[in-house]
Design a protein around this ligand. Structure first.
Ligand SMILES: Cc1cc2nc3c(=O)[nH]c(=O)nc-3n(C[C@H](O)[C@H](O)[C@H](O)COP(=O)(O)OP(=O)(O)OC[C@H]3O[C@@H](n4cnc5c(N)ncnc54)[C@H](O)[C@@H]3O)c2cc1C
Length: 555
């Protein structure tokens, strides 16, 4: 204990939030992993939780963001190199996540043969949730690499060549032909200047060199956003004779020269600063058709769906990290001679935030299980409907929660060393990319229109869990009314999506969370008025019990 009479004494400050095992200290996560089918991964996840929560890993994350990547267009002699130089700390976090297999673990059965490992998506989601807390920016290339297999696996020639390298777990950042590398990463290029949502407006052209499935094309045009431009290859959309098509575009040609891919500049982004996002021009870049000509969106959509799951998982991780830090601080900081955690108004705020973290974790991991569900009809319906809904709600809830958690820290929350500015700058991006909020709403309307059955299956699931629970029943009635108007009126899509997210989260918490959590969630999110700012509900919460469960292990 510091001597308070000394001028340089530091007292009444919380100890650094470091060396916290992100798995062991997170009860909601551990339960979700077990409940959704990945109990077998618990020991491994516990080790990964120790690594990602370590002081060393947090420092890697801080440095990787404090020293963003730099574009080096030419070498000293004026030769074009189109190189992006990263801080060594970025390579460290990439190596940690790739060693865990976050860029490919769910696809390993494609190489070894046999069925997908049960619970593989849930186990990977748990790793991604912790990796995002360690350093969120690098999750972009990790996610894209993992998701790319969903498209590539349909072309045996390309899959045979690239899969063994995609599944490698020893990160290899060299610019070298894939054949000599221990592992590769992949990016994706869809967004052009004139449109990201409306990719059918893409103007980038593909001219056949050989033609046919897996055949070579020359790609000419541009992409307005191409993240992780040092990836070894990219899945890009371009207009071929039969329409918009998907191509695999390696960064190097087969003989090891730079392919026709010119990095114009790197984006100066609000957050996500450790990750490079480039503007790029293609000059007859050699690429290979993935899927059929004219079926580009259909080919790449499975990849996009997987990245949407990751957006939700990663935002849930950021929410958890913000909440854990806020609770940690409140346990150590006294104001008016009383610890913040013991002050009723602070407890109300923290508990209210904890409810959204519980809901985000429940939704994200339930969705991950649906990706483990293969062809099971209920799981397929859940995936189809709940992917946009989960992405929408979790990614949109996260920024408000991170802001509130930052405020719980007082002035320290606003200062770089504490880590909150990194979280705060990062957190909006998951709502924007991979389909922004309105796009998720419209996607849900599309499900309603094309397969109303899908919605009914999910609603029945909620009803079965609720068994007449009055607040869930009221929510379901509200949803039925919204469903009726949504068919005529697009503008209610967000209202519908939000209600579906809250009802599904309420059902999951009712079935699996302690009563203090589920009661409070149903009372504040499903009963009557729309939930406003944190801590503003007049409902009486069992704040102590909710916070106790959410609190990271005491330090
Ligand atoms: C950091 C970062 C990295 C990125 N990296 C990549 C990458 O690697 N590869 C890649 O391809 N893209 C990438 N993107 C691009 C991103 O996916 C797009 O920005 C996103 O899809 C939105 O497209 P847009 O910017 O063209 O906006 P627009 O499509 O113009 O949309 C603008 C707004 O309009 C809304 N909207 C669209 N249609 C409708 C409608 N019918 N009704 C109501 N509202 C609508 C959208 O929800 C959005 O809010 C990245 C973006 C960021 C921020």
């Amino acid at each position: 204990m510091a001597d308070p009479s000394r001028d340089d004494a530091v007292f009444n400050q919380s100890p650094p939030f470091a060396d916290v095992n992100l798995f062991a200290s997170d009860g909601a996560l551990r339960e979700a992993v077990s409940r959704e089918g990945a109990d077998w991964a618990a020991v491994d996840l516990d080790v990964f939780g120790g690594v990602t929560g370590s002081a060393a890993a947090i420092e890697f994350g801080r440095r990787a963001n404090a020293h963003p990547p730099e574009l080096q267009s030419f070498d000293a002699e004026g030769r074009r190199i189109d190189h992006v130089a990263f801080h060594p700390a970025y390579h460290e976090v990439m190596a940690i996540s790739m060693a865990q297999g976050l860029h490919g673990s769910t696809w390993e059965h494609l190489l070894t043969g046999g069925a997908p490992k049960s619970g593989a998506h849930v186990a990977r989601a748990a790793g991604s949730y912790m990796a995002a807390q360690m350093e969120p920016g690098h999750c972009c290339p990790i996610t894209m690499t993992h998701a790319s297999v969903a498209a590539l696996r349909h072309v045996p020639e390309l899959a045979g060549e690239w899969l063994p390298k995609i599944l490698g777990r020893t990160y290899d950042p060299r610019t070298a032909p894939a054949a000599v590398k221990s592992a590769v990463t992949l990016g994706m290029g869809m967004t052009e200047r004139q449109g990201g949502t409306d990719v059918r407006a893409n103007t980038t052209r593909a001219e056949p060199l050989e033609g046919g499935r897996g055949g070579a094309y020359a790609i000419t045009g541009h992409k307005w956003f191409l993240s992780a431009p040092m990836s070894d290859a990219f899945l890009v959309l371009a207009q071929a004779k039969a329409g918009l098509s998907c191509f695999l575009l390696p960064r190097l040609t087969p003989d090891g020269d730079l392919n026709g891919l010119r990095l114009v500049r790197l984006k100066d982004k609000l957050g996500n600063r450790s990750n490079a996002s480039s503007e790029v021009e293609f000059e007859s870049a050699q690429a290979f058709l993935v899927g059929e000509e004219g079926r580009g969106v259909a080919t790449i959509i499975d990849m996009v769906t997987l990245t949407r799951l990751d957006c939700a998982v990663s935002s849930a991780g950021l929410m958890r990290q913000a909440l854990a830090r806020a609770i940690h601080h409140a346990r150590h900081r006294s104001v008016f001679q009383r610890l913040l955690i013991d002050q009723p108004l602070m407890a109300q705020v923290l508990a209210d935030m904890a409810l959204d973290v519980e809901a985000a974790v429940a939704l994200a991991f339930r969705l991950a299980r649906a990706f483990d569900g293969g062809t099971d009809e209920d799981e397929a319906a859940y995936r189809r409907l709940m992917t946009p809904i989960t992405k929408y709600w979790v990614c949109k809830t996260a920024p408000a929660l991170v802001t509130e958690a930052m405020e719980c820290m007082g002035g320290d929350g606003y200062v770089e060393e504490g880590g909150f500015p990194l979280l705060y700058r990062e957190v909006p991006v998951n709502a924007i990319w991979e389909g922004s909020g309105n796009v998720m709403g419209l996607d849900v309307l599309r499900v309603l229109e094309r397969s109303p059955d899908t919605v009914q299956r999910v609603l029945e699931g909620i009803d079965q869990i609720g068994r007449g629970e009055p607040r869930l029943k009221t929510a379901l009635d509200r949803i039925e009314a919204l469903l009726a108007s949504a068919m005529r009126d697009q503008s209610v899509a967000r209202a519908l999506v939000e209600q579906l997210a809250l009802a599904q989260a309420g059902a999951l918490l009712l079935a699996h969370a302690p009563q203090a959590v589920s009661d409070a969630f149903l009372a504040t999110r499903l009963d009557g008025a729309r939930h406003g700012t944190y801590g503003a509900s007049a409902a009486k919460l069992d704040a102590a019990a909710i916070i106790e469960r959410a609190a990271p292990a005491p330090i």
